[in-house]
Write a protein that binds this ligand. Sequence first.
Ligand SMILES: [Zn+2]
Length: 296
Amino acid sequence: MATTKFLLVFLDGMGLGKADPNNPLSEPESMPFLTSYLGQSLLAGIHINQTNLLLKPIDATLGVAGLPQSATGQTAIYTGQNAPAFLGRHQSGFANGSLRKLIDEYGLFKRAIALNHAATLANAYSPEYFYAITHRKRRYSVCTLLNMAANLPFRMQYEYEQEEAIFWDITGEMSRGCRQPISPQAAGKRLAKLSGQFGVTLFESYLSDFAGHAQDKGQAVACLQRIDAFLESAIAHLPPNVTLIVTSDHGNIEDISTKRHTFNKVPLLAIGPKAKAFSNVSDLTGITPQILTLLN
Ligand SMILES: [Zn+2]
């Protein structure tokens, strides 16, 4: 039997809200593939548990007061640790020194490698990103630290040209380092193909969080359509031993009446042979431990 593998797709700022004109996910044209695949729209209260398909809302607040934020949410997803409780608050944007300790000790990539599985970050990086960090114009994102904690290389232009990397906005149109954008379908196929070579493959997109902060419904619908076409292609090309997991760090795009994040639950979507094994996950901290259990 082929080894169990996981493809983790992280969508920043994608919560499950109620049907409402301010919720772009209520619009049937936003995610035509996913809506038809699931038989319903991605809204609050959704629950599907079938063979090879699980979708449930999971908690992103983790018992800590205040709106959930990206750095602590992502750290919770990729370490299985309650990062906001560890810090005493939700932290936005980038990871500071103390979150880095959690990532160094509990990071998913490092622990997958310790179990003799290969791991990779599928995102394409540009030299400009590292230049900005060296010159203190930017700080490390959580997934960058996750990759560094495992001593893994970053995928750059060369890998992009070899069809083995994807820019954060899926097509590359909005990524400064990308000279030749691709279709969402090509990106999904590329990611699915890559996932067959690694025990854990991670791809992060921040499109949904940007669209939520922008409070522009047209932009939000277009971004959801791009994600939908990307997921459709990834699912169509997914190797049979790979389980796809899609999740988020906090709500945002599902309520464009506010430019802030929301308290809404986020989706945990699992598609593939190990989907059912995630049915007991109830918040962001449950994903990494379950992946590691199944890899072991
Ligand atoms: Zn945000």
